[in-house]
Structures are given as structure tokens and as C-alpha cells.
Design a protein around this ligand. Structure first.
Ligand SMILES: [Zn+2]
Length: 589
């Protein structure tokens, strides 16, 4: 997913300086008379409770329950595709676990009609001639079934543009289609598992204003759309030509991690755009295959050796209009002045299908649950309410967190202009923000969604005013490896839904481990890839951040409200800038 654009530093600092209003201390604050967080002046020195730091460390590291949650979620429930029966199980299980640990008001919030429910029951692919071989492959998300094993001669198909279709017309009925070119398979000559060096963290802390962000975005969206439009056409063409099944090569990954039997099985592998919508249903069975298996077949075909493959894809659709749900629960605030204000913690609970969604994002979900368990076990009495949210629909477009933010805090409606209408809603330019009163009551939202690597710092998402605050919060955590703050944004996940409506939303800098190189959306995304020591550290650090936010006098400082509708003007070229410019004839009129 995408990086959000950034704002000039100076405007930020200006906003923070404005003094607070004189309020009547006795009366519980209502939304109207809560001076907005931007107006609260911020103290230079944080009043942190180091004794509580010690207690949270103790509970989070010495008495952790996080790997118990990990096994129950990944081994017992398994992969949690949005809309699927496992997703429903996970929503119910997390709600009940949060109730069991003492949280209140644990419930599921409906964010709307997602699309089709689907699950993979069984998939196998084998070569039957010129040799017998068992291949590593799985169904792609929302693939239809083969309705029993199908066998056929294999035909290599490579369609890069409209003009490539005709050559295959009338040649694919009953065939197994090898879709896409064989790619390079680089040697794994670098570690798949990595941690940030101090030098890399220093480099990350330096902040380089990126002046191309806005301009790239629309161009990248157009390429994205062209690619998906062609994928839709290919899916329809292969169905019309009555291909028996389709095999796609698994993509590569960082440091050559896309080999060794690893398959990446997400919307990138699926055929067609938004294949979870009933009116976008893919009509031909599609599997993604390990590159080594794919290579053998591809080379045989290139050598004009006929190949026969038998494949069995057993999948099940469980409904066309499954709704999506977020799990929400709370530890109520106790301070009459602040209890209506909230700090949120969370991550997405949904996952892809080839593994058990352990590092993406079982890790972020069990960390958030463990944060709540640690704070309940310590019987803390937060001044502000602490609320956990476990989202679904993240992998398909942040649907769960966007839906929640829309229902509670505000929303900027996607534009329907001709140049935007072809894009999925979550990618479009938007109109002005329409905020709700609750938007003023959320101090901040903390998200974990970069695997199970330990916290090394925080992405400040362009919020310079919060830097000196977090710097004081992390100082006592240096021994745990938490050292770095960067003004940079990080994209592609649920904190963006909060950032989009002006609520401080943060992701932590995490050690990369083998997330990008092996586990992210792959069949290797299983319990064994979770690092217990790292997960205990993440939960401990996040519990401290949540506790500090719940206890401090002021809300966390905010960036000025975004004005998505002004984005073009804000980047527009300055008019009449060049004294020597001669305007073209048609502009003269
Ligand atoms: Zn994720």
C-alpha cells in the first residue's frame, strides 16, 4: 500500500504554541468544551512513572502469555481471510479472550458488506508426464474449485498487453495454463533474517523531505489500475477459452527469499481486481506455485517437451455478502476529567491464506491483546479510557479501520470525478473532511503491523511536536533496543486511517527479521517464524506507550488537520512566476 504525503515542519510548530481555554474543572468535559488537542500547550518535561515502567516490564517479559495467544490464534484458528469462517471465529475468540482478561464492553463492530466468504479445503498439483512430480502450490484467494482433479496438457501463456490475446484463441480448452514468464531465481546469498544496525537506525532518524510524494501517487495509481484491468481481461479470456486450470509463478522477495519452496499467495497472486466481490468472481481455478516447480515445467515447454499436469483445487464460497467486523474492547478511564478521552491500540486480525497469518498480522493482534492483559493484570487505573481494536479487511484496503474511523471520527468522501471513478474508493482523491465530535476525544492510536521484530523506535508520521515527548518515553527503554525516532511516514496499514482524519496514528520501527524476505503473505507465515523474545518486548514497549498516553495531562499534540480536497492546490505550480514567460496563444484569449 501507499505512503501518505507530508507537511512542512514550520506549520506544525506554529500550531502547538496556542494557549488552552480556561475550563470549569468540576463539570465532566463534553466534546464542545474540550479545547482541541492542537490548542493544548505541551509541557517540556514528561511526568512518567518509572515504577510503572518496571511493573510493565516485569509482567510483559517475565509473565508473558503472548505465545499462548500465538498458538491458539495461528494453530487452532489458522489463516483469517476477511469474510471467511476462520475470520468469524477469530473475531469471536478475541472478543471472548478480552472479556476473560477483564476488559469491558467487548463487542464486534460491523463495518459493512465486504463480499464473498471463501476458504481453501485442499489443493494439490502434480506432474504426470514426462515424469511424476509433486509440486508446491496453493489456491489463490477466492479461486473457484476444479470440482475434482482435472488433468491436461500444459500450455505456456504470456499476455503483457491487449495484442497478446489472439494467438491463444481456440487453443486453451481443457488445458492447464502456465501463466506468466519464468523469472530469475537469485541465490540466497544474503541473510533472510536481519536486524537493524545502529548505522541503519541513525540513517533512518535523518529526515529528507520528499518532494516527489504527491506527484508519484497518481502516476503509480494509474499503472496499478492498468495492471489490474489487464488481469481482469486475462481472467475473463481464460474462462471464455475454457482453460481447465491456471498456474502462476510465485513472486520473488527481498534477499532472494522467493525461492526454497516459499510461495507468496495474496491479491497479487489472485487473478483479477477485487476478486472477493461477487460481481468480480474469477471463473477459472488459479493456483500459485513455488518457482522451482514452475521453472521445471517452463523449461520443458521451452524445449518442446509435452507436459501433463493434474491439479485438484477444493475451495468453498460461504456467502456472497459477508459483512466485516472489528473486535473492540476497553479498560475504562477513571479520571472524571479525562475518562471520556481515549487512547487506542490495535492491529489487523485478518490475514492471507497460505500460512496461518502468524507474522502478518497475528503478531500485531496478539501484541495488542497482551498489552490489554498486562495492564489488566497490573490492575492499572488509567485516567483516559484505553480501547483495543482488531481490524478485518486490512489486506484488501484498510476496510475495517477506515470503516471504524468513518463511523466514529470522520470521513472524507471519495471523489466521483471521471478521472477518479475507475479507481477503487480507497484509492481516490477525496472531498473535504467531515469530522464527528468523537474525533476530538482520541489522543492517539498505536498500531503494530511489521512482523514480529522487536521495537527499535517510532515513525512520527510527520508529527514533530510529539518527538520530544516520545524521546523522554523511550529513554528508559534503551536497554531493550528502543532508540530511534524518525519524522518519516510509514505506509500501508491501519494507522493511516486515523492519520487521514487528523488523529495521531503511529507505527513502531521494528527489526525486519525475515518478514519482507520470507513470511509476508507467504506459506512460511507460521508460528515458527514468530520470535517470542521480540514479541514480549513489543508488547511491553507498546503497553508503556499506551499507559503514558492514558495518564498524561494533555492529549498528544496533533498535526494541523488534513485538507485532502486542497491537495492539488497545495502542490499547484505558482502562477505567473517566470517574468520572461510568454503565455501560449490559446491562454491569451
Ligand atoms: Zn499486515
Amino acid at each position: 500500500m501507499f505512503n501518505s504525503c507530508r507537511r512542512p515542519l514550520s506549520a506544525l510548530l506554529l500550531a502547538i504554541a496556542v494557549p488552552t481555554f480556561a475550563a470549569d474543572k468540576t463539570k465532566a468535559k463534553t466534546v464542545e468544551d474540550t479545547p482541541s488537542a492542537v490548542e493544548q500547550s505541551q509541557p517540556a518535561t514528561e511526568n512518567i512513572d518509572l515504577a510503572m515502567y518496571q511493573r510493565i516490564r516485569e509482567e510483559g517479559i517475565e509473565h508473558s502469555r503472548i505465545m499462548q495467544y500465538a498458538s491458539a490464534l495461528t494453530d487452532d484458528i489458522g489463516p483469517r481471510l476477511t469474510g471467511s469462517p476462520n475470520m468469524a471465529k477469530a473475531n469471536a475468540w478475541t472478543r471472548d479472550q478480552l472479556t476473560a482478561m477483564g476488559c469491558v464492553n467487548a463487542h464486534l463492530e460491523d463495518w459493512g458488506d465486504f463480499g464473498m466468504g471463501w476458504q481453501q479445503l485442499n489443493t494439490w498439483v502434480r506432474m504426470t508426464s514426462p515424469d511424476t512430480a509433486v509440486f508446491i502450490a496453493q489456491a489463490t484467494p477466492w479461486s473457484p474449485a476444479t470440482n475434482g482433479p482435472v488433468s491436461g496438457d500444459v500450455v505456456a501463456v504470456n499476455i503483457q498487453s491487449d495484442k497478446d490475446f489472439d494467438q491463444y484463441k481456440g487453443k486453451l480448452a481443457g488445458k492447464i495454463v502456465l501463466l506468466g514468464e519464468m523469472r530469475e531465481v537469485p541465490p540466497v546469498d544474503q541473510a533472510l533474517f536481519e536486524r537493524y544496525s545502529d548505522k541503519e537506525l541513525e540513517e533512518m532518524a535523518s529526515y529528507q523531505a520528499n518532494d516527489r510524494a504527491g506527484r508519484d501517487m497518481q502516476a503509480r495509481l494509474r499503472t496499478y489500475m492498468q495492471r489490474y484491468k489487464l488481469a481482469d481481461q486475462i481472467a475473463d479470456f481464460l474462462a471464455e477459452e475454457k482453460a481447465a486450470g491456471v498456474i502462476r509463478p510465485s513472486r520473488d522477495a527481498k534477499n532472494g527469499g522467493g525461492s526454497g519452496g516459499t510461495i507468496f499467495d495474496d491479491n497479487g497472486a489472485a487473478l483479477g481486481r477485487q476478486p472477493y466481490l461477487a460481481d468480480h468472481k474469477v471463473k477459472v481455478p488459479v493456483v500459485v506455485m513455488a518457482i522451482e516447480s514452475y521453472g521445471r515445467v517452463s523449461r520443458l515447454l521451452e524445449a518442446h517437451v509435452p507436459v501433463t499436469i493434474e491439479m485438484n483445487v477444493e475451495t468453498k464460497f460461504t456467502g456472497d455478502h459477508e459483512h466485516g467486523f472489528d473486535t473492540v474492547a476497553e479498560i475504562p478511564g477513571t479520571d472524571p476529567k479525562l475518562k471520556d478521552e481515549v487512547v487506542m491500540v490495535g492491529g489487523h486480525l485478518d490475514s492471507w491464506i497460505a500460512g496461518t497469518g502468524a507474522t502478518d498480522n497475528g503478531a500485531g493482534s496478539i501484541v495488542a491483546m497482551e498489552v490489554m492483559r498486562i495492564l489488566k493484570a497490573l490492575d492499572v487505573h488509567p485516567r483516559r479510557t484505553i480501547r483495543i481494536a482488531l481490524w478485518s479487511g486490512e489486506e484488501e484496503g484498510l476496510f475495517g479501520s477506515r470503516g471504524y474511523v468513518k463511523q466514529h471520527f470522520g470521513f472524507a468522501s471519495p471523489l466521483n470525478t471521471p478521472d477518479q471513478a475507475a479507481l477503487p474508493e480507497f484509492m481516490r482523491k477525496t472531498g473535504p473532511l467531515d469530522l464527528k465530535p468523537e474525533q476530538k476525544l482520541i489522543s492517539g492510536y498505536f498500531n503494530v503491523d511489521n512482523g514480529s521484530g522487536k521495537v527499535r523506535g517510532v515513525y512520527l508520521q510527520g508529527n514533530a511536536a510529539v518527538a520530544p515527548i516520545f524521546a523522554q518515553w523511550i529513554a528508559p527503554l534503551k536497554d531493550l533496543g528502543v532508540t530511534t525516532l524518525t519524522m518519516r511516514n510509514t505506509g500501508g496499514t491501519d494507522h493511516l486511517s486515523f492519520d487521514a482524519v487528523g488523529i495521531p496514528g503511529f507505527q513502531f520501527i521494528q527489526d525486519p527479521l525475515d518478514y519482507e524476505s520470507r513470511t509476508h503473505h507467504s506459506n512460511q507465515d507460521v508460528y515458527e517464524r514468530l520470535q517470542p523474545g521480540d514479541l514480549k518486548q513489543i508488547a511491553t514497549v507498546e503497553a508503556i506507550f499506551v499507559y503514558n498516553t492514558a495518564m498524561r495531562e494533555q492529549m498528544l499534540p496533533r498535526k494541523p488537520l488534513p485538507h485532502p480536497e486542497l491537495r492539488d492546490q497545495q502542490n499547484a505550480p505558482l502562477p505567473n512566476l517566470f517574468p520572461g514567460a510568454v503565455p501560449p496563444a490559446d491562454e491569451k484569449k
